[in-house]
Structures are given as C-alpha cells and as structure tokens.
Design a protein around this ligand. Structure first.
Ligand SMILES: Nc1nc2c(ncn2[C@@H]2O[C@H](COP(=O)(O)OP(=O)(O)OP(=O)(O)O)[C@@H](O)[C@H]2O)c(=O)[nH]1
Ligand SMILES: [Mg+2]
Length: 655
C-alpha cells in the first residue's frame, strides 16, 4: 500500500484544523465533525489549544483513500510556533497550503511558500471559507500567483460564493482553464490547444501530476472546511497529484524523529518517519553518544494504533524505548537535509519562579518541555534560566503550560534580543602535547578566520593533520569547537567563521609487555575535550569579534492619511523606512526595524492606522551593534545535570 505524508500549512486561523477534521470525516474515519470553536477536533487536543482555539503543536492523524494511506500533519499557523512547522517539513511528501477566501494571501503565507519552494515540496492550494461573506474565488487567483510568486492551475470554480450554499464546481479535465497553464510547459499540448484540437484527458492529467510533483505548477481547489464543499475533490486531488513516499524497505535504515510525546504515565514516545529501511522491535538505535532499544512500535495509519513488529520506509510510527531521542535527531543513517528552513528565534527572556524554592522544579519542568518542544530552548547561566522566544504569544503559552501541567507560577523578565558574534580578524593558537603549561595529555592547534555573513561555522582540518591520530580524538576536538563557540568573547554564539585544525598531538595507548592501558600516560577523549576550549578561546581573542543584533525588514501598507502618524510611530520604535511608494489611496513603506522592536511595532500599528495597516516583517540580517556591545552571562559549556543545578540554586543566598 502507498503512503503519503501530507502537511497542512497556512497562516493562523485559515482553517487547517477544521479542514483536517473534514478530510477525516470525508474518508469515514470519524462520524462526527468536531469544531475548533467547540474544542472537540481530532488534532487540537491540548487543553490550551481548546481553550484558545489555536493550534500550538503539530499533530498526526491518518486516513485511507483508494489504497493510499494518507498521514496528515496539522500544523500551527501562528508565526510564534514556526519551529513546529520547521520540524515536520523534513518528513513531508507534499503539502496543502490553505488560503482564506476572505483574508487572502497573508504575510505568513508568503513566508511558508518561500520555504516550501526552496525545499522543492509539491504544494496544492486550498482556498477555504468560500461560504463566508466577502469570500473571493477566481478573483483571488491573480493575488495567489503574484504574491506567492507561483504558477497556478484552477481546478474548478465556485457557485453561490459567499453563502452557506457555496459549492465547488470542478472543471472538466480538458477545460481551457486547466489546459492553458499546462500548455506553456508542454509543446504538444500547446499546439493542440492553439489549433483547437481535442487533447486526451489522460495526457492532461499526467502532465498536471508531473508538473505538480516537480513543484512547477500549483493546482488550486476551492471549498469550505465548515460546510464540506470541495473537500471530496481536494481528497481526490491529494492522492492523484501528490507523490507517494518512496524508499526501499530493505535499504540501510534512515529516518527522522519529528515529534516527542509523553504518555500520561510519563513514558516517552518518539514519532519517527522512515525514509529508507526498516526499524524493528529490539533494534538498537543511536542518539548522540547513547544507544536505545526499541521496545514497542505503533505504525500510524496501521489500524487504530495497532502494535506492530516493525516500521518500514515511507511510514510514520510511534516508537517506545528511545529515552535519548530528541526532536530533529536522525534515525540510523543521517539524510542530507537542507539548512534551517526558517529564521531562528531572536528574542529571549529570563524565567523566574514565583516561589524561589521552586527553582529546581522549574528547571526540571522546562527541561522536560524542551525535549518535546523544539520551540523551547532552555539556557542556564548561573542560577538564571532563560528561554529563547519567537514572540509574546509563545511566552504566554509557556506560562500557561507551566501552570496547567506543572502547577508552577512564573514571571518573566523583560524580553531581550539574542545577538551573535562575528569574527573580525584571524587568530591562531597552539598548545603542544608536551608544552610545559599543558595539564592535558593532548595537543591542539586551531586557526579562526572570518567567513561571509550567513555562512555559519565551517570546520576543517589542515591536510597534513589527517590520519595522525585516532578518529575519536578528531571527533572530540570538532564537537568541542562547536560547543565552545556557542559562547564567544561577549557570551553570544560565534558564527560566520572558518575554524581550521592546524596541529594535533597525542600519547598512544601504552602497549609494552606487561604495561596495561594507563590513563596517566595515554591520551583520552576527555583530554581533548578539556584542552580544546582553551585553544579556541585563545585563538578567538586574537581574532576578535563584533557583536551584531538581528534586524527585521518590514513592509507596511497603510492608508495615505495615516502616513504622518505612522512615520512618527516608526521613529519611536527605531524603525527606519528606506522606501516609500504611493499605491492608489495607500502607501507602501519598506525598511529596517530592530528585532526587539517588532512586537512594539505590531502593537502600536492598529492605533495609528485605524486598524488598516498591513504589516509583514522578516528577519533580514544581523548588523553590528552601535556603542558598547551587550554581553550575555555565560553558561557552563556542558549542560548542567539536575543535581549540579540544584546545588547551585540552593547555594544562592536568600533562596
Ligand atoms: N465560515 C467558515 N469558517 C471557517 C472555515 N474554516 C474554518 N473556519 C473557522 O475559522 C476559525 C479558525 O479555524 P481553525 O481550523 O482553527 O484554523 P487553523 O488554521 O487551524 O488555525 P491555527 O491552527 O490556530 O493556525 C474557526 O473559528 C473556524 O470555525 C470555513 O470554511 N468557513
Ligand atoms: Mg489549527
């Protein structure tokens, strides 16, 4: 049986969860259509999601059509939860991008589509809410094509638009509306189309599926998740136009952990998508330096959570026993994946327990949350716990989760920006293995040089050091270089640099007759892990770094009469308009705004534009901070164990 792993993506409130519900109903999986507003849908299951009526975490459900198992992943639309979307992108074979017929293409729709195109994922567009007053149908096609920068093929039209009787009327397979966009890609169709000759429907269908699978064309369906209009046609389109998961069940196993759940009893369950190969019960899988044994498998779409012996290529399964698995970990062979799809969080805040005595419990709770939630990045410096954040809504959700699930009340300190450090010069440091002041049985030399902005951290070895010591020592140095550069001279992540290993030295295992392996005479990985940070920091000090802050690019559409008030507000939040373009009765402003001011800008905008301003902001770049560079308190290079943390907080005066 074929499997298709399908993501439902859209801006907030477009109707993803409602559509998921409808698709399940249409496929006969459920016999009652739940509603977001009633809090009884299949995918918004968290108490907080039901209370707020928004999706916070992605959820997997499954149905079967014409012998294809479709695993559906409903994702959150709010930009604060973009990391949830990022984690599932990796495991999808295709996507339904939902656009509201009333609100049209939103800034977040553009962010999503840009990423989907970069990843080359096939995407169908579903224009939802055709039953609502003010809905547009054909009129929206031009906007979708222009704003998303894609080629579209309408799959039908809408009757009774904007009423509860709105219906989707599919075009015949060979209708001009379908043929025309295809003809531009296919000479045979073009000639036939121009000569008004009939074209075999089979040929059109094949061409449409090919162009969709390769991401060159995007079929557009219309409908309503509430009335069910157009949902049957969309279901048929999903199976006919999107590619099933490939993969070879007999190949070397390769998969990805994209979600972690906890059972009521606290047991950890990893959701895994297999790309190739097979994972069986009792298989041993490696995560980082640890190994775990699979104790139970339940294949999604395998019949109501039926336990299985194995999960094979293409399928998604819940897997028990993987205590060390974290979201984003590869299973088996690592697949080459594209770099981070979306911009990283640029904000952070310090969390303070309402009762100081609960500091250790708060640490435990956040560590547990961070494990299941890629959004929560916990950082501990001294006795302070900070979290990286995408925005204020995410902060509220974390606060509510801590209160609901752990009974912990917390306060947040002011939100601050996460800066980075860029290397400005070249620095080099060497500690030879027998240097007098070297307490470790290891020798390491490193050179650090600047690299182009956005290039990240590149690590290499000079040709001559290759093969001069056991691979485990090379790995220890490389890992430690990465870990150490997480905090540069001012405490920020060092990036956009090239680090070269220029020298190595080690003491081999003693192997004279009688002599046993002796730690006091032979190098171990620990020697390299302890020496490397010192060499890194010496080289980095010589190279020097510059602290840079995140800057967003904003695009703002506003009524002309509100321009003066808006400009004054922009100045107040340190936003700098660089281009001002009149557009009918509106103005379009584009410019820069520091990341830390984006929230203030969003908050102040409706007031000065009478609710008419349309804002889009994206992380654009990092720029050197003017004046004294801010520094961030350092954490220990190695994450603290719970015990170490407890010791530290209990030693704190006053707690
Ligand atoms: N009239 C009408 N309302 C709809 C339709 N689809 C969704 N809604 C309503 O729109 C609101 C948002 O729907 P959801 O399904 O939660 O949207 P979502 O995209 O999942 O939202 P997030 O997950 O929070 O991003 C709810 O009040 C739905 O009842 C539709 O086709 N017609
Ligand atoms: Mg939702």
């Amino acid at each position: 049986m074929d499997t298709l792993n399908l993501g439902i993506l859209a801006h907030v409130d477009a109707g993803k969860t409602s559509l998921t519900e409808r698709l399940l109903y249409a496929a006969g999986v459920i016999d009652h259509v739940g509603r977001v507003d009633d809090g009884d849908t299949q995918t918004d299951t968290l108490a907080l999601e039901r209370r707020r009526g928004i999706t916070i975490k992605s959820a997997v459900v499954s149905f079967e059509v014409n012998g294809t198992v479709v695993n559906l992943i409903d994702t959150p639309g709010h930009p604060d939860f973009i990391a949830e979307v990022e984690r599932v992108l990796d495991v999808l074979d295709g996507v339904v991008l939902v656009v509201s017929a009333v609100e049209g293409v939103q800034p977040q729709t553009r962010v999503l589509m840009r990423t989907l195109r970069r990843l080359g994922l096939p995407v169908l567009v579903f224009v939802n809410k055709i039953d609502r007053r003010g809905a547009r149908s054909e009129a929206l096609l031009g906007e979708i094509a222009a704003k998303l920068g894609i080629e579209v093929v309408p799959m039908g039209s809408v009757r009774n638009l904007g009423t509860k009787h709105a219906a989707f009327v599919p075009y015949a397979g060979t209708a001009a509306e379908v043929l025309e966009p295809l003809a531009e890609h296919d000479d045979l169709l073009l000639t036939a189309y121009l000569a008004d000759r009939p074209v075999p429907a089979e040929r059109v269908r094949g061409e449409l599926a090919d162009l969709t699978r390769t991401g060159q064309l995007h079929p557009v369906f219309f409908g309503s998740a509430i009335t069910g209009a157009g949902v049957a046609e969309l279901t048929a389109g999903i199976v006919a136009l999107l590619p099933a998961a490939g993969g070879d069940a007999d190949a070397e196993p390769s998969g990805s952990v994209f979600k972690i759940e906890r059972e009521p009893g606290g047991q950890k369950v990893a959701l895994i998508r297999m790309f190739d190969g097979t994972v069986r019960i009792r298989d041993r899988l490696r995560f980082g330096r640890a190994g775990d044994t699979v104790t139970r498998i339940s294949v999604v779409g395998g019949g109501a959570g039926a336990p299985a012996e194995a999960v094979t290529a293409g399928r998604i399964a819940r897997v028990w026993g993987l205590a060390h698995a974290r979201i984003g970990d590869p299973v088996g062979r690592r697949r080459v994946t594209s770099a981070a799809a979306f911009a990283p969080p640029t904000l952070e805040t310090v969390v303070i327990p309402a009762r100081p005595a609960e500091a250790a419990r708060l640490h435990q709770a956040l560590t547990e949350l961070a494990e299941q939630d890629p959004l929560i990045n916990v950082r501990i410096a001294g006795a302070e716990i900070s979290l990286s954040l995408y925005g204020e809504v995410q902060k509220e959700v974390i606060e509510a989760t801590l209160a609901d699930d752990y009974g912990l009340r917390v306060a947040f300190r002011e939100t601050t920006t996460i800066c980075i450090e860029r290397v400005v010069g070249t620095g080099e440091a060497v500690t030879a293995k027998d240097a007098e002041d070297n307490p470790f049985l290891a020798g390491v030399g490193l050179r650090i040089e600047p690299a182009p902005p956005g290039s990240g951290l590149a690590y290499a070895r000079d040709g001559f050091v290759l093969g001069t010591m056991p691979p485990a020592f090379f790995a220890a140095v490389e890992e430690t270089v990465h870990a150490t550069l997480a905090q540069g001279l001012h405490g920020w992540q060092v990036t956009d640099c090239r680090v070269t290993l220029t020298h190595t030295g080690y003491f081999p295992r003693q192997s004279h007759a009688h002599a046993q392996f002796d730690k006091s005479m032979s190098s171990t990985g620990a020697d390299f892990r302890q020496l490397t940070p010192l060499v890194v920091m010496a080289a980095l000090s010589e190279a020097g770094t510059q602290v840079c802050e995140p800057v967003h690019r904003f695009r703002l559409e506003l009524p002309s009469e509100t321009l003066a008030a808006t400009l004054a507000m922009l100045a107040a939040v340190r936003a700098v308009p660089l281009e001002t373009t009149p557009q009918g009765a509106s103005f379009v402003l584009e410019g820069d705004v520091p990341a830390e001011q984006v929230h203030a800008l969003t908050r102040l905008l409706p007031g000065v534009t009478h609710g008419e301003g349309l804002l889009e902001t994206n992380l654009d770049r990092y720029r050197p901070v003017a004046g004294i560079p801010p520094s961030r308190p350092r954490t220990d290079a190695n994450p603290l164990s719970r015990k170490e943390y407890l010791l530290r907080v209990t030693r704190r005066p006053g707690s």
